[in-house]
Design a protein around this ligand. Structure first.
Ligand code: FAD
Length: 384
């Protein structure tokens, strides 16, 4: 059995951020990933302001990683009532990255900080090894012993089940990456699309990345068949149905119930594995980067002898994400019932778009906006 202070499961943004943070703090770290790296992940690759700040902080070269900067947003209501807004302060609404490239750069940053990376290695289970820590079972190889485990192995991994993570919202995202000719790429230059979907709580998007468009829809898993129909209609409406698809896949997202655990003994969970994700936008990269870093720091501190570090991790996560998730739930409930209202509000004028960009930039949050007395009263009235 090889032994590490911290073993991190999964080399997505949460795992790579955790491994880097723990290694920077001086821990001996092993990052275990099932896939061969770099690996594809079904994801729009849209980077909000908080994600961009954290990536820069981790030393990533965003100028190199970002495939497109978007300063225009087109919104439609199931294909109708098209409105386009443009940012005029020179800043992007979103920046777009390819997940294999982004995640590989994050893994490189973890390696540069001293983490050992074992790719193409599947974790099959976790076992409490008493005072020795946690034994991590790995397919076809000897167990790995960890002082602390950070489970960042996404929605299909092992850590969520071990810790007992309970989601109360489960969505399915369907997404394709379309190789487009130059004339189509030019139509989407600097512009993204959000379509408020016909399935309750769903929406669709087009995220441009030069000669590739990422096109997808997301909504509650219970509406799986209707979402599939929405996706195919959306793609056809955009005139993309006959273009080559580099990837065409589905992936689950889950939002944790408020009382869902974030730790079991010496195992912490972060990112999608913990159900940390905005319930309305389903933005998850910033949640993964932030919770991964908190988990990595807590794991390293515990391995270094701090007796309070593991206990305090759930409180720190609640403090950062609790209000954001609660606000996202309020908006999702309202949006699910009244998508036409969301469309009207979002396209109401420069003020509404300005508010949206402040939230996406990280200069404000949905929670802070919902706390404004006028907004609170309006939402309460509309929710009745
Ligand atoms: C369709 C769709 C579009 C999205 N678009 C966006 C977007 O534009 N912007 C945004 O911010 N968020 C978006 N999200 C959410 C975002 O993709 C996730 O929240 C984010 O990837 C979570 O990162 P993570 O590191 O927690 O998990 P992941 O990125 O899923 O990484 C988990 C890793 O664990 C590995 N793993 C799993 N099981 C094992 C095992 N047994 N052993 C070893 N390794 C294992 C996996 O191979 C994977 O590499 C989208 C989600 C979906 C479904």
């Amino acid at each position: 059995m090889t032994a590490f202070d911290v073993v991190v499961l999964g080399a997505g943004p949460a795992g790579a951020a955790a491994a880097r943070a723990a290694a920077v703090a001086g821990a001996r770290v092993c990052l275990i990933e099932r896939a061969v790296l770099p690996r594809y992940k079904t994801c729009g690759g849209g980077l909000v302001g908080i994600s961009r700040d954290l990536l820069r902080h981790a030393g990533l070269d965003l100028a190199h990683l970002v495939r497109a900067r978007v300063d225009r947003l087109t919104m439609t209501l199931d294909g109708r009532a098209r409105v386009t807004r443009r940012r005029r302060d020179g800043q992007p609404v979103l920046e777009m990255a390819m997940r294999p490239e982004l995640d590989a750069a994050l893994v490189d940053a973890a390696k540069a900080a001293g983490a050992e990376v074992r790719a193409a290695t599947t974790v099959t289970g976790l076992r409490d090894a008493g005072r020795g820590g946690v034994a991590v079972s790995v397919r076809g190889e000897p167990e790995v012993l960890a002082g602390v485990v950070v489970g960042a192995d996404g929605t299909s991994g092992r850590a969520g089940g071990y810790v007992g993570v309970r989601p109360d919202l489960v969505d399915v995202g369907l997404e394709g990456e379309f190789q487009v000719p130059p004339a189509v790429a030019a139509q989407w230059e600097r512009r993204m699309l959000l379509d408020w979907g016909p399935v309750p709580g769903s929406y669709g998007w087009v995220f441009p990345k030069g000669d590739v468009l990422t096109v997808g829809v997301i909504g509650a898993r219970e509406h799986g068949a209707a979402l599939r129909t929405y996706y195919e209609r959306f793609v056809a409406r955009l005139g993309l149905a006959d273009l080559p698809r580099l990837h065409d896949s589905g992936h689950l997202t889950r939002v944790r119930a408020d009382d869902s655990p974030l730790r079991r003994g010496r195992v912490l969970v972060a990112g999608d594995a913990a159900g940390l994700l905005d319930p309305w936008t389903r933005e998850g990269i910033s949640f993964a980067l932030r919770s991964g870093r908190l988990a990595g720091e807590a794991a390293a501190a515990a391995a270094g002898g701090d007796p309070t570090a593991l206990d305090s991790y759930p409180d720190r996560v609640e403090a950062v994400f609790g209000p954001e998730i609660a606000a996202g739930r309020v908006l999702l409930a309202l949006y699910s019932r009244r998508p036409e209202l969301m469309h009207a509000m979002m396209s109401a004028g420069p003020g509404a778009f300005g508010l949206f960009t402040r939230i996406v930039d990280g200069r404000s949050t949905i929670g802070r906006q919902l706390d404004r007395p006028g907004v609170r009263a309006t939402v309460a009235a509309l929710s009745r």
